[in-house]
Every structure is written in structure tokens, then in C-alpha cells.
Design a protein around this ligand. Structure first.
Ligand code: SAM
Length: 216
């Protein structure tokens, strides 16, 4: 797709002006790529960092913290934030804990091995910012939980609104595998955009990003 090509060439061009990644951020990225563990893109990382630097969230919930690449970008924006990271995958949580030790941010984080839906059933904490980066099919089912878990004026940030481009059209051989997830993601975008309690802004950066602010 020409516009995707333009976006990627733009990212390449901008690379020469970007501040180099901190060595430990580089290492987390290297491991993520080498082990094929999903991590956010660097443009998403920069966006998250900037939002955290501007909003200064004291408390953050990350749904799907994986090996902590996004966690670290958010901490770079606000090193005083306290983050609760959820993930059901123990291996990833172990790596996450190791990387947090390496960067010196362990004290900022509480890691919970749990399915997000179980967490919401048992916890009533509220946060200044929620970063949703878990299974895309489950976004819609968690929308109300996210709303209830945000403080007034808190931000819900959601990655992969484009689902790696798949919401823009599926090839014939992708239909069977991805159709349901695409429909679920479209339902999520529709529902959140119509939610009376959120002021929503969708951005065509990275893999598609939603920033929704809880109104009151
Ligand atoms: C895209 S990866 C997260 C990447 C991470 N935010 C980063 O940038 O480093 C998604 C993670 O969410 C976890 N996950 C997916 N669905 C989940 C759920 N329903 N509850 C808890 N964890 C979930 C997966 O184990 C995976 O590690």
C-alpha cells in the first residue's frame, strides 16, 4: 500500500534526528525481536513516552505488559509513575522482572500473573492511565472495566487499532484465521467511539492508536 510505504519511509527518514535508545531499552528490543515476543513499535513508544511526560500519571495499569518494552517507554516519560503490569504468561513476566532490575525501575512496578478479566473481577483500584495491549479480540469485552478503572480525566490508550493493517482489508488466505478478531476490533472501536463517558481520538500512527479520556 503506497501510504504505508510513505509512513515507513518517513520513519526511516526521522531516525537520524531521534535520540538514540537507552542501552537497556535497546537490549529489551533486541531480545523481543530475537525471541519473536511482541513489543510495541518505537513510534508508539515515543508517543506513549510523550503522553506520560505531559500527563504525569501517578498510577498506570498496563494490560499485557509482556517483557516490558512499553512499560519502560512509559517510565521514561514519567519515572515517578507506579505501574501495575498484567500478563498471564509467566516466562514473559520473568523476563519483564529481569529487565526492570537491569534498568533500576523494579520499585515502580507491581507485576501480576493473571488474565485481565480475572484481575478486573477481584480488583477495584483506579488509575490515571491505562495502556491496553492484550489480546485484540478481548478489547471490547474489557471496555467497561477500563472505564470503571480510570480516574476522572484519566487516559485509556489502546494499541493495534489497525491490527497490523488487517482491519483495512484481509487477503483471501487470511479470512478464516483473522475475520473474527477483525470484527471484534471493529466492534471495540465502534463501542468506544459511542461511549458517553469517553472523549475519543484515533490516530493513524504506528499500528493505529486510540487515546480516550474519561470525561468525569
Ligand atoms: C502485544 S504483547 C504486549 C507487549 C508489551 N506491551 C510491550 O510493548 O512490551 C501482549 C501481551 O499480553 C498478554 N496477554 C494477552 N491477552 C491477555 C489477557 N487477556 N490477560 C493478560 N495478559 C494477556 C500476552 O501474554 C502478551 O505478553
Amino acid at each position: 500500500m503506497a501510504s504505508t510505504d510513505f509512513y515507513l519511509r518517513g520513519l526511516d527518514y526521522l531516525e537520524q534526528f531521534q535520540r538514540p535508545l537507552d542501552p537497556w531499552l535497546k537490549e529489551i528490543k533486541r531480545v523481543g525481536i530475537a525471541r519473536k515476543v511482541p513489543i510495541i513499535d518505537d513510534d508508539m513508544g515515543r508517543f506513549l513516552k510523550m503522553l506520560c511526560a505531559l500527563k504525569r500519571p501517578a498510577t498506570i495499569l498496563e494490560i499485557g505488559c509482556g517483557i516490558s518494552y512499553a512499560t519502560h517507554w512509559m517510565l521514561l516519560g514519567n519515572p515517578n509513575a507506579r505501574i501495575t503490569g498484567l500478563d498471564y504468561n509467566q516466562d514473559r513476566l520473568d523476563m519483564c522482572a529481569d529487565f526492570l532490575k537491569m534498568s533500576g525501575f523494579s520499585d515502580n512496578i507491581t507485576l501480576c500473573r493473571t488474565w485481565a478479566k480475572d484481575y478486573f473481577q477481584t480488583q477495584r483500584s483506579t488509575f490515571d492511565l491505562i495502556f491496553q495491549d492484550s489480546t485484540k479480540k478481548e478489547y471490547a469485552g474489557m471496555l467497561e472495566n477500563c472505564y470503571q478503572s480510570l480516574k476522572p480525566e484519566g487516559l485509556l490508550i489502546v494499541d493495534n487499532i489497525f491490527y497490523n493493517g488487517k482491519v483495512l482489508g484481509l487477503a483471501e488466505d487470511q479470512e478464516k484465521k483473522y475475520k473474527k478478531a477483525v470484527q471484534a476490533l471493529e466492534l471495540f472501536s465502534q463501542q468506544v467511539s459511542e461511549h458517553k463517558g469517553f472523549d475519543c481520538h484515533f490516530f493513524a500512527i504506528s499500528d493505529g492508536v486510540l487515546v480516550a479520556q474519561r470525561k468525569s
